[in-house]
Design a protein around this ligand. Structure first.
Ligand code: KIV
Ligand code: ZN
Length: 498
């Protein structure tokens, strides 16, 4: 079976996304994660750009990773030397080949561009380093010239040629034809680099693979210049599950990698991001949830499971919810309700949804408890007595929680990056380390500095059972503690009922 090589350029083209600049420690962390993910080649940066960039690339080259490390260089001796000095395995050289870029930027003849490209390849190879050549703006370059220049660098010993769709104007049909034509003309492996200006980067990459491309350039979460590059997760999962080809990616780390990049860039993925987004395997509609609870492939692609990419399937309650998912939620919480009560809960959930309210698992349980006349405060596993939280510019944020845990007084404390973090950790301490916070969201529901904060906390127990609860109040720390306590109380109650 054909194995397609994955070339990740998150640390180079990804970092060219406006507003992003990775400090060296972030670059090292990302490189290690890409290596763990199984990326074949990591483009670690553009060493001639700055001293810091050079040092970062050099450090990454010397981490002893399994992935090969690549550095970008213009076809200029000083750039190439800098990349070689950064100890990379691969030098990626690029030069404009389209009429518009040649005329307005480099102002050289086509013959001269070809000659200096050949010289650069020979120079890199004479240093015992691998070389990839990019004809920049290939998709707007005359095909005859493109074939000539790629053939010339192939004859000079280049290891890979890259076909960049620099301004994202390719379409899958045209790109397929272009790659097929180049494939017939060349022996050297072909790599493609697609930009997403028309939202076609992933589709074009896939078309290129179908036409015979051997290597794909991608970035985590599709970050990159302008509208970005082809997304690693989407390209890899399409190649593997729809096309039935192989990559060396360990797909179970895709979500973990996407979340790391989200955190280090501060660029949030929309929840509907394919494969790795929060909603990629979430179901709200009653019809879908009912189907999925019976057989997941009824309303999912089927060829991919959340576990394959390190994700989780979620059945979410909302106004489209049906009786099956609400019944399951209540059953999991230890309630067996009559059909009449169940229908009333469904009706109430829809009513809240119509009012634009987000309904949490705990809301559904509370509605059912009210309808069953079963609100027993004393049943709570944890009752908060006191919460003391300190923060400031000269103190480490610290929280002390005093509570009754199953009737016994317990005091826990924790420090954190901020008062909320410290408080939630101190609450988790009340029940031991087995409770993990998997999600935390906060919205202001009114304006002004006295706004009411609405906090959603999702916690997970050691069996992977997740539960979301809400806290509302003018004090964000107390609203967070309330949400966390509600969620933890629920998990403890479920554990006890089992
Ligand atoms: O988009 C592009 O053409 C590039 C090159 C450096 C390959 O990023
Ligand atoms: Zn690019």
């Amino acid at each position: 079976m054909r194995t397609i090589r994955v070339f990740d350029t998150t640390l180079r083209d990804g970092e060219q996304m406006p507003g992003i600049s990775f400090p060296v420690n972030f670059k090292l962390q990302i490189a290690r994660q890409l290596d763990k993910l199984g990326v074949d080649i990591i483009e670690a940066g553009f060493p001639s750009v700055s001293q810091g960039e050079f040092e970062a690339v050099k450090e990454i080259s010397n981490l002893g990773l399994n992935s090969k490390i690549c550095g970008l260089a213009r076809i200029v001796r000083s750039d190439i030397d800098r990349a070689i000095q950064a100890d990379v395995d691969f030098v990626h050289i690029f030069i404009s080949t389209s009429k518009i870029q040649i005329e307005h930027t480099i102002q050289k003849s086509r013959e001269e561009i070809k000659e200096i490209s050949v010289d650069a390849v020979e120079y890199i190879k004479s240093h015992g380093v691998e070389c990839m050549f990019s004809a920049m703006d290939a998709t707007r370059t005359e095909i005859e010239y493109l074939k000539q220049i790629y053939k010339a660098v192939e004859d000079a010993g280049v290891d890979v040629v890259n076909v960049p769709d620099t301004v994202g104007v390719a379409t899958p049909f045209k790109f397929y034809e272009l790659i097929r034509e180049l494939k017939e003309h060349l022996k050297v492996p072909i790599d493609v680099h697609c930009h997403n200006d028309f939202g076609l980067a992933v589709a074009n990459t896939l078309a290129a693979v179908k036409a015979g491309a051997d290597q794909v350039q991608v970035t985590v979460n599709g970050i990159g210049e302008r509208a970005g590059n082809a997304s690693l997760a989407e390209v890899v999962m399409l190649i593997e599950t729809i096309e039935g080809l192989k990559t060396n990616i360990k797909s179970e780390y895709l979500v973990e990698t996407a979340r790391l990049i989200e955190r280090l860039t501060g660029v949030k993925m929309p929840p509907n991001t394919p494969i790795v987004g929060e909603n990629a395997f979430s179901h709200e509609s009653g019809i879908h949830a009912h189907g999925v609870l019976k057989e997941y492939s009824t309303f999912e692609p089927g060829v991919i499971t959340p576990e394959m990419v390190g994700h989780k399937r979620r059945i979410v309650v909302g106004k489209h919810a049906g009786r099956h998912q609400i019944e399951k939620l209540l059953r999991d919480a230890g309630y067996s309700v009559s059909n009449e009560i169940l229908m009333k809960v469904v009706e109430k959930v829809k009513e809240l949804g119509d009012k634009g309210k987000k309904v949490t698992d705990l809301d559904v349980i509370s509605i059912a408890e009210v309808l069953m006349g079963e609100i027993k405060k004393e049943e709570k596993a944890i009752i908060l007595n006191e919460a003391t939280v300190i923060t400031g510019n000269k103190v480490t944020p610290t929280a002390v929680i005093n509570a009754e845990v199953f009737g016994e007084r317990k005091v826990t404390s924790s420090v954190g990056v901020g008062p909320v973090d410290a408080s939630l950790k101190a609450v988790a301490e009340l029940v031991g380390k087995s409770i993990k916070i998997t999600e935390f969201k906060m919205d202001a529901i009114t304006g002004g500095s006295d706004a009411l904060a609405e906090v959603y906390v999702t916690v997970e127990d050691e069996e992977g059972r997740e539960f979301t609860a809400r806290g509302v109040g003018p004090d964000i720390v107390m609203a967070s503690i309330d949400a966390m306590l509600s969620a933890v109380n629920y998990l403890m109650k479920m554990r006890n009922s089992r």
